[in-house]
Ligand binder design. Structure first.
Ligand code: BGP
Length: 473
């Protein structure tokens, strides 16, 4: 153990996702993904999901920050910070442009060979997400996304090709990024990015809910099949779930608020229950039965779920939310005790310690914090320096709680990869101005800029944190 109490081999790195930084949206035979048809939005201005690429629209993910051509420079900067791991995703459409092909695209496979080789050159362990909001648009338009059981086989084929190709260059994997976002099935962005569900015919809430739960079932089956197959390809693989963990605090001591918080936590985290336990929680089985949901489940599916449980819990933590009973339903309310970011996300470091305790007690599995960070505007000074004390303060406060959870609460934590270690395209808004990075990238929301990379103050701070294994914050 080191001075901080973290294991000597604790994984320190950063996290990104292919669609948010690579660019090269048509390079090397890549196909159109759901992310490629999302226009730029802003805070409180939703992104549009167009039917294919429409002339005159701004699609920020098409060029992003051009990691596709800058990856050697960027990985060298990560190594300068001292990363021993780096989380990103494999763009599904680089490997299978349409998603339903029999043979993979060699140029796409080769690109990730090169990226992973560059990581290993510096002793950086790749941590790879298979599906991070990037499913082939062809599967969305021709199959309706994950509402079609056939997409299970397409995903498992994609996973098998990746596991075999990168058998000796990637050890840590995750199947579906933030698979539980779609709990909010009325949010077009969340169901499109999680399950490729696009609603263009005013589908009502009941229709949307039914499709989301059935699609989610196919995804957890696909995840379990991939986990089992991955372990057969390389028994040393560590394959995790990946959820967004946002604690739902009761708004008051009123029993109704306590109960609604408990019920909505069950409703928000059943995906990881299935992935960790190999079965559905009884509360969700009861809900499905009561409402006639998830009708297509087979005895074989249930066996698959049991055989494909995950090795660890990967999760993102940004903030907590506060929930109050609202008649027979609920409402999210402000937490008057917390500050919020410019994008209205509460800032709650203690919530990360709560998250680690809750997840440890529920799953008794190792964990990785694979996203955490503060989206904020940064200013480039006349001398080129970029002072981001607000980002350092946010990350310091969260790392402090992470270390307490390890030292005082006994949680088993493998690593920490703060989100957006280099500025990239925001998923929710499509903005560049919502910056997370230790590295500034010269590009604005309108696409102007020369993509020059610059070290922020937080770059040097995080370098020191890693060098001292979390002892000097
Ligand atoms: C999570 C996604 C990431 C990243 C992050 C920050 O939902 O897993 O892809 O986008 O949120 O959110 P945003 O980019 O909307 O600020």
């Amino acid at each position: 153990m080191s001075k901080s109490g973290l294991a000597a081999d604790f994984l320190w790195g950063g996290a990104v996702a292919a669609h948010q930084l690579e660019g090269g949206w048509q390079a090397g035979g890549k196909g159109l993904s759901i992310a490629d048809v999302m226009t730029a939005g802003a805070n409180k201005v939703p992104r549009k999901i167009t039917d294919g690429v429409q002339a005159g629209e701004n699609y920020p993910n098409h060029s992003a920050i051009d990691f596709y051509h800058h990856y050697k420079e960027d990985i060298k900067l990560f190594a300068e910070m001292g990363f021993n791991c780096f989380r990103t995703s494999i763009a599904w459409t680089r490997i299978f442009p349409n998603g339903d092909e029999a043979e993979p695209n060699e140029a796409g496979l080769k690109f990730y060979d090169d990226v992973f080789a560059e990581c290993h050159k510096y002793g950086i362990e790749p941590v790879i997400t298979l599906s991070h909001f990037e499913m082939p648009y062809h599967l969305v338009s021709e199959y309706g996304g994950w509402r079609d059981r056939r997409v299970i086989d397409f995903f498992v084929h994609f996973a098998e090709v990746c596991f075999k190709r990168y058998r000796n260059s990637v050890k840590y994997w995750m199947t579906f990024n933030e698979i539980n976002n779609q709990m909010d099935y009325m949010n077009d962005f969340l169901v499109a990015t999680d399950s490729g569900l696009v609603f263009r015919n005013n589908e009502d809430a009941a229709t949307r809910e039914a499709l989301m739960y059935q699609a989610s079932h196919y995804e957890v089956v696909a995840s379990a099949l991939a986990v089992k197959m991955g372990h057969q390809i390389n028994p040393d693989f560590k394959i995790g779930s990946m959820i967004n963990f946002t604690p739902l605090y009761p708004a008051s001591a009123k029993p109704a608020d306590i109960l609604v918080a408990e019920k909505m936590m069950q409703r928000r985290y059943w995906w990881s229950d299935v992935q960790a336990w190999g079965r559905y929680p009884v509360g969700m089985e009861a809900y499905f039965k009561q409402h006639g949901l998830r009708p297509d489940i087979t005895a074989e599916d249930r066996i698959v779920l049991q055989e494909g449980t995950v090795d660890y819990i990967g999760f993102s933590y940004y903030n907590s939310m506060t929930i109050a009973a609202d008649g027979a339903s609920f409402k999210i309310v402000a937490n008057p005790t917390l500050e919020t970011s410019e994008w209205d996300w509460p800032i709650d470091p203690l919530g990360l310690r709560y998250a680690l305790n809750w997840l440890q007690d529920r799953y008794h599995l190792p964990m990785m914090i694979v996203e955490n960070g503060l989206g904020a505007r940064d200013k480039v000074e006349a001398d080129g320096s970029i002072h981001d004390p607000y980002r350092i303060d946010y990350l310091r406060a969260h790392i402090e709680q992470m270390i307490k959870a390890v030292n005082e609460d006994g949680v088993e934590l493998w690593g920490y990869t703060p989100w957006g270690c280099i500025d990239l395209v925001s998923a929710g808004t499509g903005q560049m101005s919502k910056r997370y990075g230790f590295i500034y990238v010269d590009k604005d929301d309108e696409g102007n800029g020369i993509l020059a990379r610059s070290r922020k103050d937080s770059f040097y701070w995080y370098q020191k944190v890693i060098q001292t294994n979390g002892a000097d914050l």
